[in-house]
Design a protein around this ligand. Structure first.
Ligand code: NAD
Length: 492
């Protein structure tokens, strides 16, 4: 190595070789990066099945956590989520622990990878919110036969992912940002993402902007995928459409992703540990290598990133020495031969130019508990969720009697979101979990000068509790004169 090369400042990256084919694709990726002269120093760390087997419920060692926190950068191979032992997914642990809220999934047609969509010009990025929504995993059995999962979406959570989408659009010189939600049905949660998009969007007039309902987005992705440029969406929606979009250009086996937060960035292949081919030297390292290319761009090593990307494009385009998953049956080579072929192509340019990338500049978020106090706040009632096998009519009548000499009146009873009392004539199948809405006869101003409705609520709940098993209570509030809750289906 000459003195000039010696002087290159290297960036330390935590490498998690993971499970199954993980170590094989990691080794190939490291060899290619080294051959290309990428300025990376690796720090090896452990996570995944072996760690679960040692009895660590997170699946990630303390040393790995500390290494990622120190370096702020990680390249991660697939980690197995063991079935039957261990704790929650180690992948989700890492995303949550480091608040990696922005999942960036580029989807671009690759030369030589033929699919029914080849030639359509698919080139988009899906920006998926990565830590909120139903993935928070806040679940409770309400009764023995009714399960509940809380879908928490927050205004700051929506704002930062939307700003991240515009940051991606800017870094990749894209033209349009599409927000995909289910705002028509979930007006408060999914609707929040749409509203925040419409509030933040005007700050970025250089990009065309539109909103699409998520199911139509899924449909449009297969009808006219070339119309999309950047799509921003919530966690569950993004999980599904990003796999769908990856399928358009050749599948999960070649798809990379970045998980970005304010302090840590973690890059990974989208595929899993492929236990069927693990240890056989057959795995295709393209996805992890593409994730490493994203990582190089993240640290502004644009030249070497492009050098590797062009070598990958030309290797795929020429179709010589590809792994089995990309070759006609029986013609594939192993990981090592593919890696060698790719290394021999370093320095060559393909017919598909690399984009003119810049660094993605995320907005840094203050380390404060996010809180916006409304101008006015009123308590208008409570929803009491209770468990009973009574029919709707006698239940409604019993609750009306309970409310009679309280500050509340029964507004209605619903079952799985549909009003069943007063009867609407609808044909609702009942389960043993009823939402009983009580409205205050006189709403209470929550301005700190009164007891904030506590005595009124306690009195009613005590009376209900004497006769029924209640599961949970939701306050019904009005912020700035606007109801902060939805109405059940069928309410008049
Ligand atoms: P998988 O992605 O491991 O395998 C699906 C199919 O794709 C298999 O046929 C496999 O052989 C093939 N495949 C995947 N990657 C390939 C590659 N690089 N080269 C060639 N062929 C490849 O999905 P799965 O079987 O559902 O999951 C296996 C394990 O991986 C599970 O324990 C799961 O929890 C874990 N997983 C981890 C991650 C992650 O770490 N981000 C993601 C998905 C699944």
């Amino acid at each position: 190595m000459d003195a000039a090369q010696d002087a290159v400042v290297k960036t330390t990256v935590t490498a998690l070789p993971g499970d199954g084919i993980g170590p094989e694709v990691m080794k190939a990726t490291m060899e290619i990066l080294a051959a290309a002269g990428a300025p990376i120093e690796w720090e090896m760390a452990e996570a995944g099945a072996e760690v679960f087997k040692k009895g660590l419920m997170t699946g990630v060692t303390r040393e790995a956590m500390d290494s990622i926190a120190k370096n702020g950068l990680a390249l991660k191979s697939p980690l197995e989520t063991p079935v039957g032992f261990g704790g929650k997914s180690a992948n989700v642990t890492l995303r949550k622990h480091f608040e990696l809220y922005a999942n960036i999934r580029p989807v671009r047609e690759l030369p030589g990878v033929t699919t029914p969509f080849t030639g359509r010009g698919i080139d988009m990025v899906i920006v998926r919110e990565n830590v909120e929504d139903v993935y928070a995993g806040i679940e409770h059995m309400q009764t023995t036969s009714v399960a509940q999962c809380l879908k928490l979406m927050t205004a700051p959570g929506c704002e930062r992912i939307i700003r991240a989408a515009f940051a991606v659009a800017k870094a990749e010189e894209r033209k349009k940002v599409t927000c995909a939600t289910k705002a028509n049905i979930m007006k408060l949660t999914e609707g929040m993402m749409k509203r925040v998009f419409e509030k933040v969007g005007p700050e970025f007039p250089e990009f065309a902007q539109d909103h699409i309902i998520i199911d139509n987005c899924a449909h449009q992705l297969v009808i006219a995928p070339e119309q999309f440029d950047v799509i921003v969406t919530s966690n569950m929606n993004g999980d599904i459409i990003s796999d769908e979009a990856a399928g358009l250009v050749g599948g999960l086996g070649i798809a990379p992703s970045a998980n970005l937060g304010d302090h840590v960035a973690m890059f990974e292949a989208v595929h899993g540990s492929a236990p069927q081919i693990a240890g056989k030297g057959l795995a295709n390292p393209t996805a992890l290598l593409s994730a490493a290319i994203m990582m190089l761009r993240h640290i502004s090593a644009f030249e070497v990133a492009e050098k590797i990307e062009q070598a990958l494009f030309i290797t795929l385009a020429e179709g010589k020495n590809l792994t089995g998953d990309l070759s006609p049956r029986g013609h594939g080579v192993g990981t090592a031969a593919f890696t060698e072929q790719l290394i021999s192509n370093l320095g060559r340019a393909s017919n598909l130019p690399s984009r003119n990338y810049q660094k993605i500049e995320l907005t840094a978020w203050p380390e404060l508990t996010a809180h916006i106090e409304p101008g006015t706040r009123e308590l208008v009632g409570i929803d009491v969720f209770l468990e009973t096998d009574m029919a709707a009519k006698p239940l409604g009548e019993a609750l009306e009697a309970i409310a009679e000499d309280t500050p509340f009146r029964l507004s209605g009873v619903s079952n799985r979101g549909v009003q069943v009392y007063p009867p609407t004539g609808g044909q609702t199948f009942l389960v043993d979990h009823f939402d009983c809405r009580f409205l205050l006869k006189h709403p209470i101003k929550l301005d700190g000068t009164s007891a904030n409705g506590q005595p009124e609520i306690s009195y009613l709940v005590q009376r209900i509790g004497a006769k029924f098993a209640w599961m949970h209570i939701e306050k019904l509030q009005r912020f700035d004169g606007k109801d902060a809750f939805e109405r059940p289906q069928g309410e008049g």
